[in-house]
Design a binder for this molecule. Structure first.
Ligand SMILES: Nc1ncnc2c1ncn2[C@@H]1O[C@H](COP(=O)(O)OP(=O)(O)OP(=O)(O)O)[C@@H](O)[C@H]1O
Ligand SMILES: [Mg+2]
Length: 432
């Protein structure tokens, strides 16, 4: 047996109970094959059972396969009842036995992985938020501080960094947690419908207004209103939002009644609000109102240690959802993930892991399953953001040169406003 297994596994052998237990203490092996007939009782099973009992006590994760004689099925059943993983009847056929052993190893590895994930729950600082980086722990601390207050919180961060996740976490930790959490995305709703969606309308307020309808703000009463993509709020609606925030009242479209609403407001945007203000697309006074507190979500590439933790959590989730049993990520896959820039942040990571779980051959997820293999030239492809930023910077420099350093002229060449140009110069650290 030693000879037939040692190609694939590290094998240790023991001839009696004492020797066996010493080895188990030392190595905590994943799998043990155990003959029940051991000296000084080679004809019986007492020593074998004694070993089994002790092994299960000192190394409960170890999978014990009991090897029995032909005539001792009772003992086999008893051993499994005590906690042995499986039994195998003599005579030993290495090929057959190796199936059982192989399965035992796989189960052991899976269970190990589960234990790792369970330990990782310390990485769930808030419900639904997976994080282990110091930056995200700081974010979670802020969430805990702000949740009990009624302050309007502005969430900033690139797309996919988890703004909505954090908005929900704030709601769930707040005294309003039993009230509704109502999200509305200003960028996803056509401008002409947004007002009705937010404020509601009375019957007959416009052609399609067949019956009185509450808006999202009213529906959120007693709970939290999440205004997503607030940077896309049309200018003509901004004064109305402002009034609602200042006076905590709304009027339905076509209504004459002022309705009091009790809602906590959380806003989010991936845009640079200061730039929008400079371009005249966002009202400064509205910013003051929505921004009683700010939480900035760092991009994933700047969070130390979050990538593997998130990736493993998503692997676990999709393994269960898709009934797969991928064990982990290979070392190359982990390295590739660490290297990658994640322009789509957590959402992209989640998507890549999901596809990988669906398609990977296993036993582990490889870099190619995540489609993170370097290109043939060995160069990493640019992300769209990087490509854009490089192009933007080049255009700025070219225009400034052409304009001889005159801001107004350069802005004209670039067809942008001067405030935007100043903002861009700041962004790229360029000086005229
Ligand atoms: N810390 C996290 N823990 C667990 N899941 C996360 C975390 N951050 C983000 N996610 C997941 O990533 C996806 C994107 O998150 P979310 O929708 O909150 O991002 P967002 O910042 O609102 O993005 P966008 O600006 O594009 O709307 C979601 O599926 C979310 O569940
Ligand atoms: Mg979002």
């Amino acid at each position: 047996m030693k000879w037939s297994f040692s190609e694939k596994y590290k094998v240790s052998t023991a001839g009696d109970r004492e020797e066996a237990i010493a080895l188990v203490r030392k190595n905590e092996p994943a799998v043990i094959t155990l003959d029940l007939g051991l000296p000084p009782d080679p004809g019986g099973a007492s020593e074998g059972f004694a070993v089994l009992e002790e092994v299960l006590k000192i190394a409960p994760a170890t999978k014990v396969i009991v090897i029995t004689g032909n005539d001792t099925l009772d003992n086999a059943v008893r051993a499994v009842g005590m906690g042995a993983y499986d039994f195998y009847q003599k005579p030993v056929d290495p090929d057959m036995l190796s199936f059982v052993v192989e399965r035992a190893f796989r189960l052991h590895e899976l269970e190990e992985e589960n234990r790792k994930l369970a330990r990782m729950h310390i990485n769930h600082p808030l419900d639904g938020v997976i994080a282990s980086s110091p930056q995200m722990h700081e974010v979670c601390r802020l969430v805990e501080q702000l949740a009990p207050t009624d302050l309007s919180v502005l969430l900033l961060g690139e797309s996919g960094t988890g703004k909505e996740v954090i908005a929900r976490a704030i709601h769930h930790l707040s005294p309003r947690k039993d009230g509704p959490f109502v999200a509305i995305n200003a960028a996803a709703i056509p401008e002409n419908l947004l007002e009705a969606e937010l404020f509601g309308y009375e019957k007959g307020a416009f052609t399609d207004a067949a019956k009185q309808t509450k808006g999202k703000i009213e529906i959120a009463s007693g709970g939290t209103l999440f205004l997503d993509e607030i940077g896309d709020m049309p200018l003509n609606l901004q004064p109305k939002i402002l009034r609602f925030l200042q006076e905590r009242v709304i009027e339905r479209i076509g209504g004459r009644r002022v309705i009091e609403v009790d809602v906590r407001v959380i806003c989010a945007t991936h845009q640079d609000i200061q730039r929008l203000i400079a371009e005249g697309l966002f009202r400064q006074d509205l910013l003051f109102r929505i921004n009683e507190a700010t939480i900035e979500l760092p991009p994933l590439r700047e969070r130390m240690g979050d990538v593997p933790v998130l990736a493993r959590a998503f692997l676990h989730r999709y393994n269960q959802e898709m009934k797969r049993d991928l064990l982990d990520f290979s070392d190359t896959a982990l390295a590739a993930m660490e290297q990658y820039e994640w322009p789509g942040n957590v959402r992209e990571l989640q998507g890549r892991v999901k596809t990988a779980v669906a398609l990977a051959r296993g036993p582990k997820v490889e870099a190619k399953d995540l489609r993170l293999v370097a290109t043939e030239t060995g160069q990493r492809l640019k992300t769209l953001r990087e490509a854009r930023e490089t192009a933007e910077r080049e255009a700025l420099v070219a225009a400034l040169n052409e304009a001889g350093g005159k801001i107004a002229k350069a802005a004209e060449i670039l067809a942008i406003t001067r405030p935007t140009l100043y903002a861009l110069l700041g962004k790229y650290g360029l000086k005229v």
